[in-house]
Design a binder for this molecule. Structure first.
Ligand code: ADP
Length: 500
């Protein structure tokens, strides 16, 4: 290991944990560390994080990751950051201290605000690509400033700062010198004009947030200053890449051009389809969002999510106790009898895009005396794949271009039986990411590109290797028949919810 080999340090600040990952100049992860972060649920539907604790986990994981990689801080060429999106923090500019706990993206406390203003959703969607939902930052920031009117005045005087997790961490990493946010994070706030990719005056007025006090919006790969005043790193290490987690994963899977897509299969599943330099407004309530950018030209993506993915497998394990590890679902499904076609609609918390039926609940259809654990495991995995297929079909329709393939990452993407079935159902090749670190890798790509460690997107494509390619095996007739059964099951579930 030569002293001159440049390394990239990535901070991946997620909803449940913070990770630090060191990548070498071939973009191989060569050291990492992680810390859980505490979830606070002060009331039903409320979810908060302590931003100071988040900062502490960043400081704790950095030295551990460097030591796991066996490198010294002066070997870091640049820092990249990926983060949980939409979560908001208000902090004091002088001390850097948060004024209150951060309101997390999952928090639903602003549901009444959104309900009251439902009639404004149309223009908000047109302007931002999002929907008026408690999920997004501006509703949460508005709540904080309405509860604490003096904060709004102090924000106006420049004594306080506010923003998403990226801007808070940038502020702390640079000793308060940088007050910025990356464009992908900004695109999740409801304050960014999707087309100009700048803060929008009318939107800021609507949510009563002072535009001139918001962090500066920058391309994902750009100059975010250098480290300053930290105990865990020396001064002067450049920070050169920032992106929200899902956009980072899209970039980390080398999906840089229109028609390329990725799905991250974790507890839920997040699908993003790159749509190039055009912002596509969805006809089916998918989100239009900004993809990671390497210069001032905006790049866009369509985004949709499935609430229950790995959570269906968790249910087999914890709820039904059919399996003891999630991995066992693969062997079980492989052993299942395909002539016993059970359909599982995993609508535990309602159906999302493109069905949008919040009151629906899950169902198992087609049970016989011969249905056993293997058939249930198969149906659960298939149920996730069918939901994602519906989402992808909707996105492809919106984009008006067919997909080339689907890149898969996340916990469920370790299951080969599942990925094969996803390919069969989609009628498209599914590529299994070889790094389980697509999110962190995306941040590394951005930082390394900007810092000159790597010179082109082509070079990055070589790093985003896939372990396996799953080709669809079903013929058109079989595919149509299986999709018809699935859709009949979804309709049955919706009918049941409507009539009961
Ligand atoms: P998150 O980031 O949401 O915590 P992960 O990407 O770590 O999720 O994935 C964990 C989820 O993936 C769990 O819900 C688990 O049930 C599921 N999972 C993990 N391994 C497998 C597997 N081999 N087959 C199916 N599901 C799996």
């Amino acid at each position: 290991m030569s002293k001159s080999t440049p390394y990239i340090l990535v901070i991946d600040q997620g909803t449940t944990s913070t990770r630090a990952v060191v990548f070498d100049d071939s973009c191989r992860a060569c050291g990492n560390a992680s810390r859980e972060i505490r979830q606070h649920y002060p009331q039903p539907g409320w979810v908060e994080h302590d931003a100071e604790e988040i900062w502490n986990t960043v400081q704790a994981t950095i030295p551990e990751a460097l030591s796991a990689a066996g490198i010294a801080p002066n070997q870091i060429a640049a820092i990249g950051l990926s983060n949980q999106r939409e979560t908001v923090v208000v902090w004091d500019r002088k001390s850097g201290r948060p004024m209150a706990r951060a309101i997390v993206w999952q928090d639903r406390r602003t549901a009444p605000f959104c309900r009251e203003r439902q009639s404004d959703e149309k223009w908000l969607t047109e302007r931002t690509g999002l929907v008026l939902d408690p999920y997004f930052s501006a509703t949460k920031l508005n709540w904080l400033l309405t509860q604490n009117p003096e904060w709004r005045a102090r924000l106006g005087r420049g004594e306080l700062a506010c923003g998403t997790i990226d801007s808070f961490l940038l502020f702390r990493l640079t000793g308060g010198a940088v007050y910025a946010t990356d464009v992908t994070n900004a695109s999740r706030t409801l304050l960014l004009n999707l087309r100009t990719t700048a803060w929008d005056e009318e939107l800021c007025r609507y949510f009563d947030i002072p535009l001139n006090r918001l962090p500066i919006v920058q391309p994902s790969a750009s100059d975010y200053g250098t480290t300053r005043g930290l105990t865990v790193l020396p001064d002067g290490i450049p920070i050169r890449g920032v992106a929200g987690d899902q956009q980072a994963a899209l970039f980390g899977q080398a999906a840089f051009t229109p028609g390329q897509s990725k799905c991250t299969y974790g507890t839920g599943a997040f699908f993003l389809l790159h749509t190039g330099t055009t912002a596509v407004v969805s006809q089916q309530r998918l989100l239009s969002t900004v993809a990671a950018t390497t210069d001032s030209t905006p790049q866009y993506a369509l985004e949709g999510s499935v609430f229950v993915a790995g959570a269906a497998i968790q249910w087999l394990r914890e709820g039904l106790q059919l399996i003891t590890t999630a991995n066992e679902s693969e062997a079980l499904a492989t052993a299942s009898d395909d002539s016993l076609p059970v359909v599982f609609v995993p609508g535990f918390v309602g159906l999302g895009a493109p069905h949008w039926y919040a009151e629906a609940r899950g169902a198992l259809l087609g049970l016989t005396r011969n249905t056993g654990p293997a058939e249930l495991a198969r149906a659960a995995l298939e149920g996730v794949a069918f939901q994602v297929a519906d989402l992808i079909e909707a996105a492809a329709k919106d984009a008006g271009t067919p997909l080339h393939d689907l890149r898969a990452d996340g916990g469920m993407a370790r299951n080969s039986w599942f990925l094969q079935r996803q390919a069969d159902i989609l009628g498209l090749p599914v590529l299994q990411a070889s790094q389980s670190e697509a999110t962190a890798m995306g941040a590394a790509f951005l930082a390394g590109l900007r810092a000159g460690v790597w010179s082109s997107l082509d070079q990055l494509r070589q790093f985003a290797t896939t372990t396996r390619r799953f080709e669809p095996r079903w013929g058109p007739a079989e595919r149509t028949a299986k999709l018809r059964r699935w859709r009949a099951a979804v309709q049955a579930v919706i009918g049941f919810a409507r009539d009961s």
